[in-house]
Design a protein around this ligand. Sequence first.
Ligand code: VGL
Ligand code: ZN
Length: 227
Amino acid sequence: MPRPPRLVLPRQGTRIILRMSLEPHDLLLVVDPQRDFCDGGSLAVPDADAAIPVINQLSQCFSHVVLTQDWHTPGHSSFASTHPGRSIYETIQAPYGPQTLWPDHCIQGTPGAEFHPGLRITKAELILRKGFNPAIDSYSGFFENDKTTPTGLAGYLRERGFRRIFLAGLAYDYCVRFSAVDAVRSGFSAFVIEDASRAINFAGAVEATNAEFAAIGVQRVSSSMFG
Ligand code: VGL
Ligand code: ZN
């Protein structure tokens, strides 16, 4: 009896480069690539500047790109400075649930709210602003932090026929995470391009993010799979 073919596994250390072929219904969602989240910003995400060229390069591979822009009112309820006696990174109970308090960031019309000067994505078809409701934060590009108030993004993407959403940007463990999870909950497939993203990683948030991605079916991919 002939022996079944042996499964040949790559030697340890061999890298398997998988290619991802993109389709017309694929869209790149670049989350909050703004000055305040980058080096020197008020809520700087470690090594964030290094993600910008990766995002620029990646955007060349996609026919469709949408940006989100964190866009807070002065004195926003997510700012520690709005709650006397509270400190940054503390979690408070907001009417809609737990809310982390942040340094003042991405205030409407300020330089910190602008896109990173190195961002080169002139073809973005929509800039979705979020977090402008003074009483509710919005990590996700799809729903505010009350998890019920929609931003309209799902309707926009659905109406335009997009199916697979590829996410990049800042921060991996907050706005990218919440956007990716809500994309799946809204009926899209979601892929997070890890090396085009950077994390805050406060209190083990990256581990929690990866566990949630695995549980809900958000796939983690690398920019080397494109192009
Ligand atoms: C973000 C905290 C507060 C983000 C926005 O873009 O990940 N994080 N606002
Ligand atoms: Zn914010």
